[in-house]
Design a protein around this ligand. Structure first.
Ligand SMILES: Nc1nc2c(c(=O)[nH]1)N[C@H]1C(S)=C(S)[C@@H](COP(=O)(O)O)O[C@H]1N2
Ligand SMILES: [Mo]
Length: 366
């Protein structure tokens, strides 16, 4: 379980360097598998399941729900093996949670790290139903010296040159937060295969990689977990040799639902002159949203903020804009209660993580 990267099976792979070149076939292939939220769906407080963004590193595994068990083991006093029915009969809790892929904004970096090429659209909100993890950990009883819990999915693959089951860890302290859930329902229905059927972890406030799908095991460990997705993938690194800082909670971001109607190819928006309502959503994993600025070219206005439907879900914002004929660039910027502001010029990083550069929408007012 506490395998080190140097003991993981290695498969020779070429690892492309960040590039300023055109989008590659491989990036297109990933983009076709991993779709984003259509930005007009920002109109929904709870994203309809079929519009929720998607990120699947390997293949969607086939899980036989009747035979499936969640194994809770490692350094615990009592090992547990739970069926879906066992989990469903435990205390039940529903929470609206917004999460975002840590790679959101990657394709807007220059040079562009080669991976899933998100622009702005890797975020959604769903109502997740499941049972609190803390109760289960209490029942199993963590042995003295346990520092982390490792969450392993049923999916398997190779990334860079490391073959592994998708797995991520959390400190005991983070794992015991009451809002951390093991969920079997999304928007009132059993999880869809692509969203983790039969069970996934939800850690509100954290970037998407933490929300482990197709959960098969939870292991209590007494040394920091060294798996690929923990020690290699999700790091803020300045260059290939930088040991890096772990990616954890979501940075603040606001998005606007592009107004008017689009040009098919360029997505440029076309609007009629007059007063229009512009709206969007904003979120942060580091506090609540305290301000959203809406910008038209170089002018900025404070937007009105709606109330979020939960502590861990995005809030609506809106503003009235008196359009003037011509070409404009619309943008928006969030600030959270911890004082983090969306940067206009975020620092570049080697793996394209957490790029919360403000969105820009080009419009033509006629
Ligand atoms: N087992 C497993 N869990 C996973 C992933 C994965 O590939 N395998 N992808 C992660 C990433 S990077 C993100 S952004 C979210 C996406 O969740 P969604 O597809 O339900 O939106 O799931 C996370 N959980
Ligand atoms: Mo992600």
């Amino acid at each position: 379980m506490e395998s080190r990267n140097d003991t993981l099976p290695r498969i020779t792979a070429t690892v492309p360097e960040p590039t300023t070149g055109p989008l590659s076939f491989e990036e297109l292939q990933l983009a076709n598998r991993n779709r984003g939220l259509p930005l007009e769906a920002l109109r929904y407080d709870i994203t309809p399941t079929g519009l929720h963004y998607l990120l699947v590193h390997f293949d969607i595994p086939l899980v036989d729900a009747a035979a499936w068990r969640l194994r809770l083991g490692g350094k615990v006093k009592k090992e547990m093996s739970l069926s879906l029915e066992d989990l469903r009969s435990r205390p039940r809790c529903t929470l609206p949670v917004t999460f975002e892929c840590a790679g959101n904004g990657r394709a807007r970096l220059s040079p562009r790290p080669i991976s899933q090429p998100w622009l702005n659209e890797a975020v959604s909100t769903a109502e997740w139903t499941g049972t609190p993890l803390a109760n289960l950990l209490d029942e199993a009883g963590l042995a003295p010296g346990v520092v982390e819990l490792v969450f392993t999915g049923a999916d398997h693959g190779v990334e860079k040159e490391y073959e592994h089951d998708y797995a991520r860890s959390l400190s005991v302290n983070e794992a015991m937060h009451p809002e951390v859930l093991l969920v079997y329902e999304m928007n009132g229905r059993p999880l869809e295969p692509q969203h983790g059927f039969p069970l996934r972890l939800i850690v509100p406030g954290w970037y998407g990689m933490t929300q482990v799908k197709w959960l098969s095991r939870i292991d209590a460990v007494s040394a920091a977990f060294d798996g690929y997705q923990q020690r290699v993938a999700y790091l803020y690194k300045r260059n290939a040799d930088d040991p890096g800082e772990p990616v954890t909670r979501m940075r603040p971001r606001a998005l606007l639902a592009p107004p008017g109607f689009p040009d098919y190819l360029t997505r440029r928006r076309i609007l009629d002159r007059g007063r229009i309502a512009v709206h969007g959503r904003a979120w942060s994993g580091q506090g609540s949203i305290s301000r959203v600025e809406f910008c038209v070219d170089d002018r900025s206005f404070d937007a009105a903020l709606g109330k979020a439907s939960g502590l861990f879900s995005w809030c609506a914002w809106g503003v009235e804009w008196d359009t003037t004929p011509g070409e404009h660039v619309l943008s928006c910027r969030a600030t959270d209660s911890a004082g983090n502001v969306q940067p206009t010029d975020p620092p570049w990083n080697f793996q394209g993580m957490g790029n919360n550069l403000a969105q820009e929408v080009s419009v033509t007012v006629r």
